[in-house]
Write a protein that binds this ligand. Structure first.
Ligand SMILES: [Zn+2]
Length: 110
């Protein structure tokens, strides 16, 4: 009976949460604008999520690029981060959304 759908009205909360913690939610903002599947990240594989996020991100390639998260040099930066950091960031966003969707009607007190 209680079925929770992640609506676009919830995504801004996640974005606000990420940004409050000093994260970069620009890709999520893009998802908010244009997202056929992004409202259902649990239906996407990890790779799909990463690839989807990458497809809507700015990718830089070249020498001397430095990841803004781990500060290591990388031949490719996606949204300012290396492949590893971008992947973990993407999956943490997916996890946050999936976790949020699981929180359905089980709360008694606020
Ligand atoms: Zn990195």
């Amino acid at each position: 009976m209680t079925k929770v759908h992640l609506s676009k009205s919830e995504l801004p909360k996640i974005i606000a949460n990420i940004e409050a913690n000093g994260g970069d939610a620009s890709e999520l903002r893009a998802i908010l604008e244009d997202s056929p599947k992004a409202n259902h990240p649990e239906e996407m594989s990890d790779d799909e999520v990463v690839n989807y996020n990458r497809s809507i991100s700015t990718v830089q390639e070249g020498e001397g690029l430095v990841c803004s998260m781990c500060k290591k040099t990388s031949p490719r930066l996606t949204s300012g981060t290396c492949d590893q950091c971008f992947r973990s960031w993407s999956l943490s966003c997916k996890a946050a959304i999936v976790k949020m969707r699981r929180k359905d009607g089980s709360s008694n007190h606020g």
